[in-house]
Ligand binder design. Structure first.
Ligand code: C5P
Length: 208
């Protein structure tokens, strides 16, 4: 069984996927972390983020591995854990460039397709390109302002800058973020986290 949850940046995909996965008793798979790992390795190596052979060279054969745990995904480079370094501002800014490289996308897709079922997969193109055969597909949206407000939480003065950065990333990711034709689109704006999880679980009666 595969459930896919795609959506725009900061739409709550990870938290929602984690909640749905826990309710179903399966792991969740955060595909964005592999793109973030690609960006981090390229930035650390001083490689041009648009240089596909160089970025791919950093990924292949170096033991980059996603560990899809139910309580939160972890990413490893051999024995080194990359997870804590994957949400920095420079990775946020650079990740869309490496994610636009077809060779990098093919590498990520291959890693994801090796994972044992069942799982909940979240990202941009889980229900369209990677797991078109998924049993249930969801697509989360919310306005840039709502997403920025959620991200900013304790620092309302940061909302305009966060909103601008999210909008830039949505634009850069545009090619990847079309909902699957058979996905249920959920506007998370009026809902809290548990509300979104409940909508998803209520449409999955056979999986519970
Ligand atoms: O989901 P998250 O925000 O961590 O994803 C980081 C970036 O990885 C996205 O902005 C996008 O560029 C890329 N991505 C993608 N396809 C996916 C998941 C993430 O292109 N399935």
């Amino acid at each position: 069984m595969i459930v896919t949850i795609d959506g725009v940046a900061a739409s709550g995909k990870s938290s929602v996927s984690g909640g749905v996965a826990r309710a179903l008793g399966v792991p969740y798979v955060s595909s964005g972390l592999l793109y973030r790992a690609a960006a981090l390795l390229a930035l650390e190596a001083g490689v041009d983020l648009r240089d596909a052979p160089a970025v791919l060279g950093l990924l292949e054969g170096r033991g980059v591995r996603l560990e899809p745990l139910a309580e939160g995904n972890r990413v490893w480079l051999g024995q080194r854990e990359l997870t804590a370094d994957l949400h920095s501002t420079r990775v946020d800014k650079g990740v869309s460039a490496v994610a636009a490289l077809p060779d990098v996308r093919a590498w990520v897709d291959a890693q994801l397709r090796l994972l044992p079922e069942p799982f909940v997969a979240e990202g941009r193109d889980m229900g369209t390109n990677v797991f078109p055969q998924a049993q249930a597909k969801f697509y989360l949206t919310a306005s840039p302002r709502v997403r920025a407000e959620r991200r900013a939480k304790e620092r309302p003065e940061d909302i305009p800058a966060i909103e601008a950065a999210l909008t830039r990333r949505d634009e850069a990711d545009r090619r990847q973020i079309t909902p699957a034709a058979d996905a249920l689109v959920i506007d998370t704006g009026p809902l809290d986290l548990q509300g979104v999880i409940d909508v998803i679980l209520s449409t999955l009666p056979d999986c519970r």
